[in-house]
Design a protein around this ligand. Structure first.
Ligand SMILES: Cc1cc2nc3c(=O)[nH]c(=O)nc-3n(C[C@H](O)[C@H](O)[C@H](O)COP(=O)(O)O)c2cc1C
Length: 312
């Protein structure tokens, strides 16, 4: 079944949101096993991709179980976006290219990329249609917010569908709303109502109950989960299985699998990278503050495995 058919028929369709610094190949591999239907790479700058930086190419690497796999690019110039698409065309295993139209970070916004594209919808439309025209991948998509300051979801969705994009993920905040303002699910519902292409709702989906509420309120074709997954990757399984519960024993297995996956990819340096996830995983446990201090000092995978096995 194609991704679009799945989006239209599978309820709930669940995607992992791209989170730079978190949703790397090791983490994506874990959530895929827990029921995520679609995964997206961390944001890849089209400029960096063109410069062929080794680090950037590494960021594109996907896990064996990652299908469909979408690579997200950012950029401020149409010719550079086109060049980046040509590079991705030569890399197998990518099912789609997504354009970042939501990043509010100063460095990205002032560069004219990310959320800045929402200020110039004809340019956003041209960028997406450039991807659609030149990409040899099956899907072209956009990840957007609902505006810069003013909520202009209807105009944004029109531009996306006019460009020929196959689907759109909507983070229901403006750029000014950053990551903390109340998510406007009503605006996502307006966009869904208007749209001929599937809409994926995103923002503050952190539990099975909220997932249900967002699906009901927005009628979106899919849900995209970011921070909620980084602290609890099992959220995909909970939503898929209509339950709030997760056995402690399974949590421990998932956390240890994540550790194995990160070590497999980065070697012993993976231990350092793993610390930030443990901060989230341990939050609801007694003694988590002391545990966090301890793991911050550990550099060996053997020691990390031991302390994690004991704590969870
Ligand atoms: C640390 C961090 C990194 C992020 N990186 C990206 C990114 O690379 N590309 C992107 O489109 N959005 C990025 N986002 C935004 C998320 O994908 C998502 O839209 C936002 O966090 C809201 O969803 P959530 O409440 O489920 O996390 C990032 C957010 C955070 C907090």
């Amino acid at each position: 079944m194609s991704l679009i058919e799945k989006l239209k028929s599978d309820k709930p369709f669940l995607a992992l949101a791209p989170l730079a610094g978190y949703t790397d190949v090791a983490f994506r591999c874990v959530v895929k096993e827990l029921g995520a239907d679609m995964t997206v790479s961390e944001m890849i700058s089209s400029d960096a991709l063109i410069q062929n930086s080794k680090k950037t190419l590494k960021m594109i690497k996907k896990a064996k179980n990652e299908t469909p796999y979408i690579v997200q690019i950012s950029g401020n110039k149409i010719d550079k976006i086109k060049e980046a698409v040509f590079i991705l065309n030569d890399i197998d295993g990518i099912d789609g290219i997504d354009l970042n139209c939501g990043c509010p970070a100063k460095k990205v916004y002032h560069h004219g990329s990310g959320a800045r594209l929402l200020e110039d919808l004809p340019k956003l439309e041209m960028m997406l249609s450039t991807i659609k025209k030149h990409s040899n991948k099956t899907y072209t998509s956009a990840k957007v917010r609902i505006g810069i300051e003013k909520k202009i979801g209807a105009d944004i969705v029109n531009s996306c569908q006019n460009s020929g994009a196959d689907f759109v993920a909507v983070h229901g905040r403006t750029k000014v709303g950053a990551y903390k303002s109340k998510v406007d699910y009503e605006q996502i519902a307006i966009m869904k109502e208007l749209s001929r292409i599937p809409i994926i709702a995103n923002g503050d989906i952190t539990s099975y109950d909220i997932a249900k509420k967002v699906t009901n309120e927005t009628k979106a074709d899919g849900l995209m989960i970011g921070r909620g997954a980084v602290v609890a990757p099992w959220i995909f399984q909970q939503i898929k299985n209509n339950t709030q519960t997760i056995e402690k024993k399974q949590k421990k297995t998932i956390i240890l699998n994540h550790l194995d996956s990160i070590i497999d990819i980065y070697g012993e340096y993976g231990v350092v990278l793993f610390r930030k996830y443990l901060h989230g995983y341990s939050k609801s446990y007694d003694g988590s503050a002391v545990f966090r201090q301890e793991v911050n000092k550990i550099n060996s995978s053997k020691k990390m495995r031991h302390i994690v096995s004991q704590f969870f």
